[in-house]
Design a protein around this ligand. Structure first.
Ligand SMILES: [Zn+2]
Length: 659
């Protein structure tokens, strides 16, 4: 087989594997084989650029970066549906349809995926463009990001001249949970729900990021087809399935009562779907009937979206407990009397934060209404005040971390209250991962997985313990081995010599990022001077605000921080700034450099002046202290003479710097 044939065969094989895995949910190829073959295909495509093709599986991994998203005018508008909220309203919808079309009506019922609507365009069987719904008339071109969704076929077996398919892009619930767990670990803000996460991912400018987000799609409509006609909606869905789309699960019903039952069943089984649903859609199956009914200004008359009411039931707050998350956020949770909601037994409800509790005045002993909407964690929607027993008191979050006892502090920009403990066990993993990260202590080989292993093995608790690690203990860990253990110890050893600014950032003090770390290191020169500084002294430093100063002072006062610092000191970690300290000799003096200097470059001379606290300016004025004139000095020298400003030779500057 020559390379061209091999390339074609690999494409077919990989697309088949994609289809089996992502559409049929029936994997037939191991990840290892898939990656291996994909790499081979990439090699071949690099060798034969003339065989490049937009439908190659290699085009799904992303990498294209969009500046912005072009507008797409939808050939057929992506209409929204009329909501119905009860069986009564559903029956009225049915009556309107039958009055217009007669008694024999068939409906198709589908779960309503809570995601983002998109239109997929195919020309001659090739996926050419995908757009968001936008306002229904005009959307955004997100073709490159959609291409990364493995369940979207890039080429269809039947090459109709033109086909437009509508579907709903979503983030699978499992992927969503993993993503948020990862974001939490990185200390980033979380997505509120899978729909927000999907929206954020689909509008990524870097399609590699979109690819990593593992979005999926359910298609549910043909918007436009040239070269084929269909009689019913179910026929179109069957056709889409034959073209290897991932088609929405659906049920055909001959009466509205049957449709109502199907809706109820989908509602009861909503937890089983890999996607969130916010209702069920009832559609007229007969396409000619749809034409006859048409649309109002807002909605098609042939469909309705049944919205499931969020289930809510009364329960009683037995207790309020506080959890400390991996980023140190204190999250209050109500322990409630067990109650059945949306198919699960609910025993607790989130209270979000202190503001939420205060606003609703939720107290231990209260009778409350608990609600569960979709997959969202149950929450308390109301307190039944008239049922409040005697002697209850307003609830306040503790002012110390329930895990480690360190003081808590409220984020200045939000409702969160956080533990400030430098060695808080709840935050161990995050503290260690941050400490070792590239911009902090830059300990190569100490990523989240290794940290997790070290924690599990009980080898470390806090960053101070890292430097006591022994290669033979590390080598015992899973997936480690002698060589990588030795490398890790060497990396740890190397990190001891880091500049103080890195260590300050590595401490993870709130408000102290890389920049503040550098400012503090340069200002104090060593850790002990910084520790001895008062809050006032910190506030006086340019670029350090009052909130940051307070956060720093509080952090250094905490016994946990002191313990951490002493263990790092004992390990021999460098506490000094390695940057040359700024001198004061030239403070308040402004220099202008002109002409060619014999020994120093302009930049070098400027750096030396600035290191001694002097300033370098580009033009001569009355405020200039000195002009340094080299070979072929011109108008600046002239001006200095006019204004009577002292002129220095290079030699005079150097001796001034040496002083
Ligand atoms: Zn704590």
């Amino acid at each position: 087989m020559d390379e061209r044939e091999e390339l074609e065969a690999l494409r077919r094989e990989l697309e088949q594997a994609n289809y089996e895995y992502y559409v049929l949910d029936n994997p037939t190829m191991t990840d290892y084989d898939f990656d291996h073959k994909l790499r081979r295909l990439e090699e071949l495509e690099a060798k034969h650029p003339d065989l490049a093709s937009p439908d190659s599986p290699t085009q799904r991994v992303g990498g294209k970066v969009a500046e912005g998203f072009a507008e797409v005018v939808h050939r057929v508008p992506l209409e929204s549906l009329q909501d119905v909220f009860s069986l009564k309203e559903l029956t009225e919808f049915d009556q309107r349809v039958r009055e217009a079309l007669g008694e024999e009506i068939e409906y198709d019922v589908e779960p309503k995926v809570d995601g983002l609507s998109v239109a997929l365009e195919y020309e001659n069987g090739l996926f050419v463009r995908g757009a968001t719904r936008g306002d229904g008339q005009v959307g955004e071109d997100v073709t490159e990001n959609l291409r990364t969704i493995r369940s979207i076929p890039l080429r269809l077996s039947e090459a109709l001249p033109s086909l437009i398919v509508r579907g709903e892009v979503y983030m699978p619930k499992k992927v969503f949970e993993d993503l948020n767990a990862q974001l939490e670990l990185q200390g980033k803000s979380l997505f509120a729900n899978p729909r927000n996460a999907a929206a954020g991912s689909l509008r990524q400018h870097d399609s590699k990021v979109a690819a990593a987000r593992k979005l999926d799609i359910q298609v549910f409509n043909i918007q436009w087809a040239e070269g084929r006609t269909f009689r019913t909606h179910t026929e179109t869905l069957d056709y889409l399935a034959s073209q290897r789309f991932k088609v929405i699960p659906h049920k055909t019903c001959t009466t509205i009562a049957q449709a109502g039952e199907a809706i109820a069943r989908m509602g009861d089984g909503r937890e089983e779907y890999p996607f969130d649903i916010d209702g069920a859609v009832v559609k007229l199956n007969d396409l000619a009937g749809r034409e006859r009914l048409g649309s109002t200004a807002k909605f098609p008359r042939w469909a309705a979206a049944y919205k499931y009411p969020p289930e809510r039931k009364p329960s009683k707050v037995l207790d309020i407990v506080v959890q400390v998350g991996r980023t140190g956020v204190l999250t209050p949770k109500a322990v409630v009397e067990p109650v059945r909601l949306a198919g699960t037994t609910v025993t607790s409800a989130t209270l979000h934060n202190q503001d939420f509790i205060t606003e609703k005045d939720i107290r231990i002993g209260d009778t409350v209404l608990v609600q569960k909407a979709g997959e969202i964690i149950p929450e308390i929607v109301a307190v039944e005040r008239d049922k409040r027993p005697e002697g209850t008191v307003p609830y306040h979050l503790p002012d110390r971390c329930p895990v480690c006892g360190a003081p808590v502090a409220r984020d200045e920009d939000g409702a969160h209250i956080r533990c400030t403990g430098a060695e808080c066990p709840a935050q161990r993993l995050r503290h260690l991962v941050h400490f070792a990260s590239r911009d902090a202590m830059d300990i190569e080989g100490l990523g989240p997985a290794v940290v997790e292993n070290l924690l599990e093995a009980g080898l470390v608790q806090s960053p101070g313990d890292l430097y006591a690690l022994k290669a033979e203990d590390v080598a015992e860990l899973e997936r480690m081995g002698k060589k990588s253990a030795e490398n890790l110890i060497a990396a740890l050893e190397k990190s001891k010599g880091n500049d103080l600014s890195r260590l300050l950032f590595a401490f993870g003090i709130r408000q102290v990022g890389q920049k503040a770390g550098k400012i503090l290191a340069a200002h104090f020169g060593d850790l002990d001077s910084l520790m001895a500084a008062s809050e006032e002294a910190l506030t006086a430093i340019p670029d350090i605000g009052a909130i940051t100063a307070h956060s720093i002072a509080a952090w250094f006062q905490s016994p946990q921080s002191r313990h951490l610092i002493e263990s790092l000191r004992a390990a021999g970690v460098n506490f000094k700034s390695l940057e040359a300290p700024a001198g004061e000799a030239l403070a308040g003096k402004t220099f202008v450099l002109t002409g060619t200097l014999e020994h120093l470059g302009r930049k070098e001379a400027a750096a030396l002046i600035e290191a001694q606290g002097g300033k370098v300016s580009g033009s001569v004025s009355k405020k200039t202290s000195y002009v340094v004139a080299g070979e072929a000095a011109g108008s600046k020298l002239q001006k200095a003479r006019e204004l009577g400003i002292p002129v220095l030779t290079e030699g005079e500057l150097l001796s001034m710097l040496e002083r």
